[in-house]
Design a protein around this ligand. Structure first.
Ligand code: ZN
Length: 435
């Protein structure tokens, strides 16, 4: 069906880091996924790259300089000398200092950044970085196992070439770091589907967080209750994403595929199957908009590996067998050794159809406001900027038709000059990064 060009970014060292004994985040999952991807032969359907490594300078496009400098310097050996910084930068328990911490950040961030660059230069249609997706990291601090927000940095890169970037987050946790970074702008719409309530981490993401200033109505939140299954999830995901596509008309999409929304996750409370999770990826893929797919949460290793391997197959549009190929990690997948094990849900689905319908309606009502919002960027283009010939031609048209023709024209991507205004994110000044 599709002939999309897919680039896959994988650093063979990224799976060798350890957050510490008992910590739920295991970079080793990345080695397991890659081994499955290779043994399914999916590497033949895409170009596999050993990615660029992000520098401190790259990270400071979003993060505060002193925070990144701290990440560069702190080690498990010298941690005593940094006691007061640990609290300031929220580094310690959830986000521990481990051997090679900065190298780890530089690998996963570099891969997302290079994915964005390749999309900018139209080298590929889809870029994949399963090591990225660390959506909780904030400008000044670490949060929820995330230190550097590779997603924000990749989106800032995409904004150099794409006028409207859509961020979709299907991790079980709210995509708070990305939402916060773009809360005030209409150039990035963030859409997060997550468990909300009962003090579930990070505690933000209710449906009334809609953005502010120019970004009002450009943050979309879909708060869900525990136990949501494939059918219910899709019942919300499909219409919400369809409305978002219709109203926002993104020119590039970043999809965070956090796999902690799968059934049986060590930290998550949803009941999605790998197929249900993958259906969301498939839906986004089929809009044929340049796409950066990243990982995120996922704490039951065997299921994360299944999920992102399956989603790699969807993104390259290749059908793969339910029977797992032999890999050195085959024992992890006992007793079924399949890609799609049966879902044995641990809990009731607490989301009623009425509740889900009401969220969809709420999202629709808010998105409708975008049309009436004075900040919608396409209306900023003054009419007299049209080339004379075109203007003359349009004078002959019926005024009603002309409006729709103008709308059609507005879909054309603006040139780079558009970004050299006040909101340019690439000037390296640390105080105008938060938009
Ligand atoms: Zn998560």
């Amino acid at each position: 069906m599709s002939n999309k060009k897919v680039f896959y970014f994988y650093n063979p060292d990224v799976g060798n880091f350890h957050y510490g004994p008992g910590h739920p985040m295991k970079p080793h999952r990345l080695s397991v996924i890659h081994s499955l991807v290779l043994n399914y032969g999916l590497n033949k359907k895409m170009q596999v790259y050993r990615p660029y490594r992000a520098s401190a300078h790259d990270m400071c496009r979003f993060h505060a300089d002193d925070y990144i400098e701290f990440l560069q310097r702190v080690t498990p050996q010298n941690i005593q000398g940094y006691t007061k910084y640990l609290t300031n930068f929220n580094v310690g328990d959830d986000c521990p200092v481990f051997e090679g911490l900065f190298d780890f950040c530089s690998m996963y961030t570099g891969a997302s950044l290079e994915g964005a660059t390749k999309l900018n230069h139209k080298c590929c249609d889809i870029a994949i970085n399963w090591s990225g997706g660390l959506h909780h990291a904030k400008k000044f601090e670490a949060s929820g196992f995330c230190y550097v927000n590779d997603i924000v940095i990749a989106i800032l890169e995409l904004l150099k070439y794409y006028s409207r970037v859509l961020y979709i987050d299907i991790d079980v946790h709210h995509g708070d770091g990305v939402q916060e970074a773009f809360y005030l702008t209409d150039r990035v719409m963030t859409v997060s589907f997550h468990k909300y309530g009962s003090y579930f981490f990070p505690g933000t993401g209710d449906m009334y967080e809609i953005g502010a200033d120019s970004g009002r109505y450009y943050s979309v939140n879909v708060p869900l209750k525990e136990g949501i299954d494939d059918l219910s999830y899709y019942q919300v995901f499909k219409p919400v994403i369809q409305y978002v596509m219709d109203f926002f008309r993104p020119t590039a999409i970043v999809l965070q595929c956090g796999a902690d929304s799968l059934d049986g996750d060590r930290l998550g409370r949803f009941s999605l199957s790998t197929r249900g999770h993958g259906d969301c990826v498939k839906l986004v893929r089929d809009f044929n908009v340049p796409l950066l797919a990243v990982g995120g949460g996922g704490y039951t290793l065997r299921n994360v590996a299944r999920c992102w391997t399956y989603e790699t197959s969807l993104l390259v549009d290749e059908v793969i067998s339910n029977e797992l190929p032999y890999t050195e990690y085959l024992e992890y997948f006992a007793p079924d050794f399949t890609l799609h094990p049966e879902v044995v849900s641990r809990q009731e689905n607490a989301n009623t159809k009425q509740y889900l319908d009401s969220i969809v309606r709420h999202v629709y009502d808010n998105l409708k406001m975008i049309q009436h919002s004075p900040s919608v960027q396409m209306q900023d283009v003054p009419g007299d900027m049209m080339p004379t010939e075109e203007a003359a031609m349009m004078d002959d048209l019926d005024p009603d038709v002309r409006v729709s023709q103008m709308e059609e024209d507005r879909r054309v991507e603006p040139t780079n000059e558009f970004y050299n205004g006040d909101k340019d994110q690439d000037r390296g000044s640390s105080d105008n990064n938060e938009i």
